[in-house]
Design a protein around this ligand. Structure first.
Ligand code: C2E
Ligand code: MG
Ligand code: MG
Ligand code: MG
Length: 283
């Protein structure tokens, strides 16, 4: 009897503990169906070039429009997709859809926007990755110069020799490459010198407490001058207020992606956003 009670207790405890795990399991098992049911959509967040005050690019950010739970953010399901390996299929879809969209905006005479796509570590290290990017560009007809791949610093550093090869191949292909969440990983400055990348994206954690936080101010200032001295572009992620934008402008940051200018939005909204800004400039 004691044994049975013990077991029940065990199960009772486990069930409560695992309510979250259960939810994860359900979502995991729904991921691949969600793709064929077209429940994923891409939102686009504008990136504003400070010198010209215009939108030159956007970042594609995936959303899951779940029939029961509404919008689920990528922070919740991307890690699950990475665990199950589904990220390969999902990542391919994201790349294709983002390229298709950028090409459509161009062809319809709406705007020319370079589209940045997040690449998961697993995708980047897949031996067929560069070929997949090449094929996607070919199939969608997008100019490689209008595609930017974002890879996090920590994803890049796991195999430093192969990383150089993959980055060289991407450079040959003509796409742009940026290091996402820069400052949170472990890239040593000596590798940075040899990284074949175009842009450093300063992580939002360093931006959010500007300009008051003196340590963040020092780190941000240092990353901006590092990028400039190495001939790289530098983007700040997550500026929400005018004083943050002003701080970054004064230190020579090239562009900003943050709620101050615009949140990630559906493609139709992004088009109105870009058009209303250029109308304002012409007026
Ligand atoms: P990330 O690539 O660093 O993208 C920037 C995140 O910061 C986005 O969150 C964006 O909405 C948020 N953000 C931008 N400006 C501000 C701001 O001013 N304030 C605040 N509070 N947040 C801001 P989101 O869309 O939730 O995406 C989170 C992360 O999920 C991304 O971080 C990226 O790592 C991942 N992710 C999103 N889409 C994809 C995808 O298609 N593939 C992969 N592999 N990962 C993705
Ligand atoms: Mg990103
Ligand atoms: Mg980032
Ligand atoms: Mg991030």
């Amino acid at each position: 009897q004691a044994k049975a009670a013990g077991r029940n207790q065990y199960f009772g405890f486990d069930a409560k503990l695992d309510a979250k795990a259960y939810q994860r399991f359900i979502l995991m098992s729904e991921l691949d169906k969600a793709l064929s049911r077209q429940e994923f959509i891409l939102f686009y967040q504008p990136r504003v070039e400070l010198e010209t005050n215009t939108v030159k690019g956007v970042e594609a950010l995936i959303r899951w429009k779940h029939p029961q739970h509404g919008f689920i953010s990528p922070g919740e399901f991307i890690p699950l997709a990475e665990e199950t390996g589904f990220i390969a299929t999902l990542g391919e879809w994201v790349l294709w859809e983002a390229c298709r969209q950028s090409k459509a905006w161009l062809d319809e005479g709406i705007c020319e926007l370079r589209v940045a796509v997040n690449v998961a570590a697993q995708q980047f290290w897949d031996p067929g990755f560069v070929a997949m990017v090449r094929r996607t560009l070919h199939e969608t007809g997008l100019d490689p110069q209008l595609l930017e791949l974002e890879i996090t610093e920590s994803a890049l550093m796991s195999d430093q020799f192969r990383m150089m090869d993959v980055l060289s191949e991407l450079q040959e292909l003509g796409v742009y490459v940026s290091i996402d969440d820069f400052g949170t990983g472990y890239s040593s400055l000596s590798y940075l010198k040899r990284f074949k990348v175009n842009t450093l994206k300063i992580d939002r954690s360093f931006i959010q407490d500007l300009p008051e936080d003196t340590e963040d101010a020092a780190i941000t200032t240092t990353i901006i001058s590092l990028a400039r001295n190495l001939g790289l572009q530098v983007t700040a992620e997550g500026a929400e207020r005018a004083d943050q934008v002003e701080f970054l402008r004064q230190r020579g940051c090239d562009s900003i992606q943050g709620f101050y200018y615009g949140r990630p939005m559906p493609p139709e909204e992004l088009v109105s956003f870009v058009q209303s800004r250029s109308d304002r400039m012409e007026a």
